[in-house]
Design a protein around this ligand. Structure first.
Ligand code: FHN
Length: 589
């Protein structure tokens, strides 16, 4: 432990601006290009291809329950020749692009992302690069991507495409097919040159302006990912690019990050994000999967995602004849009915600064806080702790004329709920507040003898330090290079004593040797970053014992000790574990 200049540090503390997430702090923030994405929140994902014809079954064998039906070729190692033959049978005569666009609109979705080519290598558009496409290969002979792009524009839905840029089980040089092709003989660069990049070029030149292009499963090197990014920027600079364009183990690329499939962070992030989710358990159509989410569940997921600053990309898997399974239509229509009544509390809102409530979540816009009550709490009141603003009025979004009773005392607003007007999914109470909604930091509390777990989500970041997704389905703090780039936690200590501090992070070789400071109350630990291996190779390090001297509030801060060109570390967590002495907590001398 080395003592730093305490008075200098105290002065620094006073000037810290631990701001709630604001677009200006977001990673990859290019606010104009991101404006629609930030506003729209809710999109439709469409997974559709020849696999829909198999619907989860190959030669009398079902895919395993829980398996994704669009992976059937890989799951049964279906020979390319057989799958190609099967694909000749795709003839979605009941397809009506306008119905798709109208369904998205009726659900309150604002963008649509369709699989122009999934991992099976089959193009759902008229590609000149490969004859393995819906126009040249099937009796249908219509360009689905073209029809959808036109219908979406007519219906006011932003049109976007999905393209599997690395995985391709049909092409001898694409990634993933080891049952027909010898991996040793694959020439992946040839695949990029002759199929993947040219097809992306087609999609960017033949189908009008795209809202975004959704790449999947990453690619081997950052340099390859950059080629795709450059191509998109060259042809359609406004088109957004999702984070899966890049390699799983490298620095994050793209305009925003996608969570893992069906993933949900435990709190807000300092970057733009989206979560792709299924309506049942598969992306492509499976006749065996009828486990549909309820409208209430979809509404609550949407609210939860938006309350953490994210976007919800919800999937449908059309059948081979071109129709959308009736249960998915029914769910989406009911979600849409809720959105027509409550969309104001979703579109254009920002993450909730106040935190999560036992009864629901919240979103904010302008000088309004939208409280989403998923259930009516016992006692018939909503309690909101930590809102700094004065509440001027409260009412149900459905009944603005009928004001609800509000009291505000000791930082807690209590809103009386009416007995009627309850909505399936979420009931929205509007709080009109004085000024931009702001919240008191909520301290982390502990039970008897329990440790504190300080992680990359439950902290407040300042300066350049950002809470980010890490492509491994986890989260970290990155982009911190100088002392002002900080992560802070406010604790409410109820068990003073000696605690062992353990930090967990990943650090590349080139970050090794950098100094960082962990401040626990007025104790300062100066430590050195040790390399852990690769990008997301997280390891724990013992930092020694610290004292939590008394009951009450205590602030913990981590920051780089000095400014340097490169990242400090990918910080995951700091735990403070009680040191037991003869079976009880160690006491401070
Ligand atoms: O392998 C695909 C899967 O089939 C589906 O397309 C999802 C959607 O996010 N992406 C991949 C797995 O992450």
């Amino acid at each position: 432990m080395s003592q730093l200049n305490r008075s200098r540090f105290a002065a620094l503390l006073l000037t810290l601006a631990f701001a709630a997430t604001h677009p200006a702090r977001l990673a990859a923030a290019d606010d104009d290009r991101m404006a629609w994405f930030r506003h729209d929140k809710f999109g439709m994902f469409v997974h559709w291809g020849p696999y829909s014809l198999l619907a989860g079954e190959w030669q009398g064998n079902r895919i395993h329950p829980g398996d994704e039906a669009e992976w059937i070729m890989q799951r049964f190692n279906i020979p390319v020749a057989d799958y190609r033959e099967m694909a000749h049978g795709l003839n979605p005569v009941r397809f009506d692009a306008t119905q798709f666009a109208r369904l998205a609109k009726a659900a309150g979705m604002k963008y649509l992302v369709v699989t122009a080519k999934h991992h099976d290598g089959f193009a759902m558009y008229h590609s000149k690069v490969s004859r393995y496409n819906i126009v040249d290969w099937t009796p249908f002979k219509r360009d689905i991507v073209k029809e959808l792009s036109e219908a979406c524009r007519k219906e006011g839905i932003r049109f976007c495409v999905y393209y599997s840029h690395r995985e391709d089980w049909e092409d001898p040089n694409g990634y993933g097919n080891h049952w027909d092709y010898d991996p040793a003989k694959k020439d992946f660069e040839k695949y990029l040159r002759e199929k993947s990049m040219p097809q992306v070029r087609e999609l960017l030149t033949e189908y009008g302006p795209l809202g975004l292009i959704w790449f999947d499963r990453g690619i081997d090197t950052t340099e390859q990912a950059r080629r795709f990014i450059d191509l998109v920027h060259e042809l359609q600079p406004q088109c957004l690019i999702n984070g899966r364009v890049g390699n799983y183990g490298h620095e994050l690329l793209g305009d925003y990050q996608d969570m893992n499939d069906n993933g949900m962070p435990t709190g807000g992030l300092d970057e733009y994000w989206e979560t792709p989710q299924t309506l049942n358990g598969t992306w492509g159509y499976s006749k065996f999967d009828q486990e549909w989410k309820t409208p209430a569940n979809v509404i609550q997921r949407l609210v939860e995602i938006v309350s953490k600053g994210g976007n919800y990309l919800l999937n449908i898997g059309p059948m081979a004849d071109g129709t959308v399974p009736a249960p998915s239509v029914a769910v989406l229509e009911q979600v849409g009915a809720w959105m027509r009544r409550n969309g104001e509390s979703i579109y254009g809102t920002s993450a909730c600064p106040v935190g999560q409530f036992p009864w629901g979540r919240c979103t904010v816009k302008g000088e309004r806080v939208y409280l989403h009550a998923f259930q009516r709490p016992a006692g018939g009141v909503l309690r909101v702790s930590g809102l700094r603003n004065e509440v001027k009025a409260a009412y149900l979004l459905q009944a603005p004329g009928r004001k609800l009773e509000v009291s505000q005392q000791n930082g807690v607003a209590v809103i009386g709920l009416p007995a009627q007007g309850w909505e399936e999914g979420s009931t929205v109470v509007v709080l009109e507040v004085a000024g931009k909604p702001e919240a008191e930091p909520v301290p982390l509390t502990q039970g008897s003898d329990s440790p504190f777990q300080l992680d990359s989500i439950n902290c407040r970041t300042a300066g350049g330090a950002l809470k980010r997704f890490n492509r491994d389905g986890k989260f970290h703090i990155g982009r911190w290079t100088k002392p002002e780039d900080q992560a802070a936690w406010d604790l409410l200590v109820s068990q003073p004593g000696r605690y062992r501090a353990r930090i967990r992070y990943a650090a590349r070789q080139e970050w090794a040797g950098r100094k960082y400071v962990v401040q626990v109350g007025d104790q300062l630990l100066e430590k050195t970053v040790e390399p852990t291996g690769d990008w997301y190779a997280y390891k724990s390090f013992d930092l020694g014992v610290v004292n939590l001297p008394r009951k009450g509030p205590l602030r913990v801060i981590i920051r780089p000790a000095q400014a340097a060109g490169q990242n400090l570390m990918y910080f995951e967590s700091l735990s403070l574990e009680p040191e037991t002495v003869a079976g009880r907590l160690g006491r401070v001398d």
